[in-house]
Ligand binder design. Structure first.
Ligand code: ADP
Ligand code: ZN
Length: 521
């Protein structure tokens, strides 16, 4: 995390709408913003563009972005403009008006990002213009296009090295092509053979053990996790400020050396906790996500989440604070249906425009998919970040494979109970219908006359709760943002309802739902 550049986190949130850096992004942003020459090798989809867009906003003057893909450039310019960033492109696809607007913005010094098609570099007009424009950084996307032996070779990329020398500004090169020869060629041609700061770290942190558990009694679960790691430094992340204080109290009563930390505390108190954590052995800090920016303690042995994080990016960043020294570290993330409801509501009630909200739901889905994964967690996590890997042998599902069952029938029954009652009720009432429990509410609404009444007697309430949680985790149902507590079916449930597909759910989380009185399904 760029500690000495306080703007990065605020920009990440306010301009780009992300709550955490993706793996690797933080370090790269820091280096690029500082003005280092950088070569970053990241898998496709890993989030390269942010690594030059964000530093461009942190630096004075204009950043020139060279990219071979016109459609992509126009896309990025549109996205940046929507976010209120002065960006423009000079490509062959421009109208004259567009080009004039870019020149004007460049002249009056308001432009922050100028996207250039490589063929533009051949023109002496462009070179003159760039020499006068106050360029402070050159970013090169798809930097492997400079390689004469590669299949993407773009002769105009060979002009970039001269441009860098001429302007005498730092250059940041990005590519997804990692092979050694290409790297050597990039260093030769873009950096005159002088090795830039190079980022080629896989996203994996193999020493961190990954585990998730269904939340049944979070306080007991966290206490048990901490008790098994007595004397080790750890962080417990909570969703609310109040919870950090009560949970810290409970841990302290259990004999752990504990402090709490959240954004509502005055700066001195917060600094005090940061200092204690850095210097004391075996302190547990119970905190909101406010704790982390200034923490670079290498020997944090464990991180527990008492509540589900916001997104898969936030999850990765938060667990990534453990085990920086490379020694084994452990994590546990608790999640339940309430977390899903809370996180969905936070997105729906936020002020973000609709597309951004949809993207936020997508990132939450990715995290829920990880929480409900049936096979290796690390494989699931890394594949989200674009990396292929084998089963890791260091996660709860590698330790003990999930027991699964074909849940097609129960899921269809649950969907049918929701649909027959107008998608107006929450899981509790739907479960009463499915299990044939004649509550007052059931009788008042004559739901005991529904054909679905009692069709799910073969499962207990606890088992049904786990089925509903997993259905929400698979985004088959979502809480209705307008009607409190009501669950509505999503389009992704249609194929199941129509009998076009089947679904497998985990049996062990049924047991984890504290329902040992009955055998699981
Ligand atoms: P690349 O150029 O590496 O293939 P992009 O820069 O296009 O990848 O980013 C891929 C996707 O990841 C985009 O949809 C982008 O919005 C998203 N993304 C990038 N950084 C983050 C982040 N920190 N948090 C969440 N999503 C991100
Ligand atoms: Zn694994």
């Amino acid at each position: 995390m760029p500690r000495d550049l306080p703007g990065a986190d605020a920009l990440l949130r306010d301009i780009f709408g992300f709550d955490a850096f993706r793996p690797g992004q933080g370090e790269i942003v820091e280096a690029v913003a500082r003005g280092d020459n950088v070569l970053a090798i990241m898998p496709t989809g890993g989030g390269k563009s942010l690594c030059f867009q964000l530093p461009a906003l942190m630096r004075s003057g204009v950043t020139v972005v060279i990219s071979p893909l016109i459609a992509l450039m126009r896309d990025q310019v549109r996205g940046l403009k929507e976010a209120g960033v002065a960006a423009g492109a000079l490509t062959s696809g421009n109208t004259e008006d567009e080009t004039n607007a870019v020149w004007d913005a460049l002249h009056d010094g308001s432009l922050k990002l100028l996207y250039l098609a490589p063929e533009r570099l051949a023109s002496s007009g462009t070179q003159r213009m760039l020499a006068q424009a106050g360029v402070s950084l050159i970013a090169v996307d798809e930097a492997h296009c400079v390689s004469q032996w590669g299949h993407d070779f773009r002769p105009d990329y060979l002009r970039i090295g001269a441009l860098r020398r001429e302007l005498d500004v730092p250059l940041a090169a990005f590519t997804a092509t990692a092979d050694a020869e290409t790297q050597v060629e990039i260093v030769q041609r873009l950096f005159d053979g002088k090795q830039p700061q190079t980022f080629l770290r896989g996203f994996d942190r193999p020493n961190i053990h990954l585990a998730f558990a269904a939340k049944n009694s979070p306080r007991q679960q966290v206490l048990a996790f901490a008790a098994a790691r007595r004397g080790q430094s750890g962080i417990v992340y909570c969703g609310t400020r109040a919870k950090t204080e009560t949970l810290a109290q409970a841990l302290s009563e259990a004999g752990h050396s504990t402090a709490f930390y959240h954004g509502g505390m005055d700066p001195d108190a917060r600094r005090g906790v940061e200092e204690r954590f850095a210097t004391e052995d075996g302190l547990i800090v119970v905190a909101t996500v406010a704790f982390g920016m200034g923490v670079d303690k290498p020997d944090i042995r464990w991180v527990a989440h008492a509540d589900l994080p916001k997104s898969i990016e936030a999850y990765y960043q938060e667990i990534g604070r453990a085990g920086r020294d490379g020694a084994p570290a452990e994590t546990l993330t608790l999640y339940g249906a309430d977390d899903i409801r809370l996180r969905r509501a936070q997105i729906d009630e936020g002020l973000a425009p609709p597309e951004r909200r949809a993207a936020d739901h997508g990132r939450l889905n990715a995290l829920l998919g990880l929480a409900e994964a049936l096979t290796c967690r690390r494989q699931t996590l890394l594949s989200y970040f674009g990396e292929n890997s084998a089963p890791c042998g260091n996660c709860d599902l590698c330790d003990k494979p999930a027991e699964v069952f074909d849940a097609t029938t129960p899921v269809r029954k649950a969907l049918s109970a929701a649909l027959r009652t107008g998608e107006s009720f929450g899981a509790g009432h739907l479960i009463d219908i499915l299990t044939g429990t004649p509550t007052d509410k059931i009788r008042q609404r004559h739901h005991d006359a529904l054909p679905t009444f009692g069709v799910g007697k073969d499962l207990s309430k606890g088992e049904w709760q786990a089925v509903f949680r997993q259905m929400m985790g698979h985004d088959l149902m979502r809480p209705d943002p307008e009607r409190h507590g009501a669950l509505v079916m999503t389009d992704s449930a249609l194929p199941l309802l129509k009998g076009e597909t089947t679904i497998t759910l985990r049996k062990d989380s049924l047991i984890a739902a504290k329902d040992s009185a009955r055998p699981a399904v």
